[in-house]
Design a protein around this ligand. Sequence first.
Ligand code: IVH
Length: 687
Amino acid sequence: MFDMKHAAVPASPTAYADAVATAVRAAEAYYADGSTPLGDDEYDALLRSITAYEQAHPDQVLPDSPTGKVAGGAASGDVPHSVPMLSLDNVFSAEELDLWAAGLERRLGRPVAGWCVEPKLDGLAVAARYRAGRLVQLVTRGDGLAGEDISHATGAVLGLPAELGEPVDVELRGEVLLTQSQFEQANAVRLAHGATPFANPRNGAAGTLRAKDRAYRVELTFFAYDALGLPEPAHSELLERIAALGANTAAATAAGPRHCTDVAQVQQRIAEIGALRAALPFGIDGIVIKADAAADQEQAGSGSRAPRWAVAYKLPAVHKVTRLLEVEWNVGRTGVIAPRAVLEPVEVDGVTITYATLHNPADITRRGLLIGDQVFVHRAGDVIPRVEAPLTEQRTGAEREIVFPTDCPRCGDAIDTSQQRWRCVRGRGCQAVASIRYAAGRDQLDIEGLGGTRAVQLVDAGLVTDLADLFTLTREQLLILERMGDTSADNLIAALAAAKAQPLHRVFCALGVRGTGRSMSRRIAAHFGSMAAIRAADAEALAGVDGIGPEKAAVVVAELAELADVLDRLAALGVGTAVTAPTAPATVSGSSAASASAAEDGPQGPLAGQAVVVTGTMTGPLAALSRTETNELIERAGGKASSSVSKRTTLLVAGDKAGSKRAKAEELGVRVVTPEEFAELVGELLV
Ligand code: IVH
C-alpha cells in the first residue's frame, strides 16, 4: 500500500505502480458511491507525486495512470457526450492567475474582451438534456466522453425543472450538490433508516445521484453553469438566458456570476466570493474565471482535458483529514455533558484545529467513530469545527472504542441519558457540587469531612449552593443530614472555622476562577494582598501579575464579575480577609497596610526572584514529586515555575535526558543545576 502521508516522488517503479493503484482505487470508490478512502488533499498530493515520477520517467507511464484523465480515469458510462465534458486547470494564487490570464491574452494576441467570475460549486457535473423544453435525460460526466444515465434521479433535484419556459432543444450543464441543509436533512433520513451518514456534502451528492431503489428520498440542488444549443454572444448572457428558462444558476446567490472588465476586477471579485464562502448555504471549492465573450472562447479553444479560456482559482479545502486522538466530556453550566474531539492538529482554511465538536453521544455512535480513526473535519469561517465521518478504509486495527461516561465527569452523580443531549441529573446543581468539592480540596481550603458525599448531601438539602453558603452552616443544619452524628457535625464546623482563616491565596484558589490554578492564585494573592483589592482589579491591574496576559486578564475580570455576590458574602463573613502584603502598589485604599504576616505569600524564600524551568527525569529527593508538585515547590520557595526556557529563565533544573531545553539554557547562559543540587537549594521546603 502506498504511504499517502509522505507522498514523496515514488523511489522505484514498484512504488510508482503502488501509487497509481492507490489513486485508481480511491477515484473508483469516489465515483462508484461517493465513499472515499482519501481526503482531497491526500488525493491531490498523491497525484502530484505520480505526475512528478512520470515527468522524470516518461517511458514508464502506466496506461491506467490517473494523470491527465477526467475523473482520474475512474468513471465511465455508456451515454456518449456530444461535446466532451471537460475539467478545469487550477491556479492557487493571485500571481498564478495573473500569469494564466497573461498567457491567454498572448495566445489570443489581444486583450480578453471581459471576464465572467463565478463560484466553483462543489458537487458533481451532470448534463441535463431537454427536447422541446422537456427534460428527457440526465447523464453524469463519467470520463468526459461518455457518462452514465441517471435519469431516475431527476425528480429529486431542485432547480432542474421537468419543463423549461420555452420549448427549446438544449443540454444544460452544471453541478448537482447537497446544500448544507439538504446534507443535514439527508443524514437525518439516512440515520433514521439505519444507514451511515455521508462524510460530507460532496460525497453525499455522489452517493445519492447514482443510488436507485432507496427506501428514502434525498433532495439535491442543481446549478447550471453552461448550455449547449443556446447561442449567446457572451457567457454571462448565456447564464441569464438559462435562468430565464427556469433552471437554477448561481445568480440566485450572493456569490453569483459577475462580468469583470479586467483582471484587477476579477481579483477583487475572487476576494469577495472567498469572503462569502463560510456564509454560503452550499459548498464551493474555488472560483471559476472564464473569458466571457464567445468569440474569445472559440479562438482560445480547448485541450483534451480542459478549456484554455477558463481556469479554477482553488480555495483551501474546508474538509480535512486528521486523526481522532481522544474524546473529552465537558459539563456545561446547565449540566449538559458534551463530547469534544481532541484531534491531531490540522490546518483547515488557515487555522490550526485541535478540537472539534461531536454534538452528542448518539451522534458518535451513528458515525461509528473510534479513537485513532482518520476522520474528516470540517471548518469554514467562524463556524465551530465539526467531525464528520471516519475513513474506515484507513483503519489499522489499533483503533479503540470511545468510552462513554457512566457518571457525570464533574460531580460523579448519575447521567440523564433519556435525551440526545446527555445531562447530569443535577442540571445546574452539578456545578455547585463540583465547586464545593474543589473548594474543600487539600490544595484549596483543605476542609476535612467535606468529601464528595457530604457535598452532594449539602447541595441536595438546599443548604449550600455556593462557596459562601458553606460558612453560614450551623451545627443544627448539619445534624439533619443522614449519617451525620454529633461528632461529625462538630468536626465539620471546626474544619469550616479553620478554613475561614486560610490565607488569601487558598481562598482565592477555592473560588475556581477560570485560568487560575494554585500557582496563579498565589501570584494574584501576593500581588494584590486582599480579596477587596482583587475584587476591585480591572483587566489592566490584573495584567500586572506575572503570567497574566491581556486575554487571561479579561477572563479573570469576567469571572470575578460573575462571582461578585459570592465575594461580597465571603467578605462579610470574614473569609479570606487575612491581610497579605501586596508586591505591587494596590489600587484599593487600606490594602497598602502590608503586615508582617506576608511571609507565606510574598516572593520570599531561597528562590525569590528566580524564573525556574524543570526538564528531564528527576532523580534524588525530587523523583517522588510529580511535575505539578515540583512546580508548586518552586512557587513555595518564592520562584516562578515555567515550562519553557527563555531569556527570562534564571535557573534550569536538568534531570536525565534533558534535551533541547538544556541546550537552549546553555546557549542563553542560564544556570543549570541537577535535581540533587536543586533539592539542596530549597532545603526544608522539600517535605
Ligand atoms: S465550467 C468546459 N463552471 O468543476 C467548462 N465548472 O474541476 C468546464 N464546476 O468539471 C466547466 N462549478 O464539474 C464550470 N461555475 C462552474 C463550475 C464548474 C463547478 C466543476 C465542473 C468541472 C469541474 C472542474
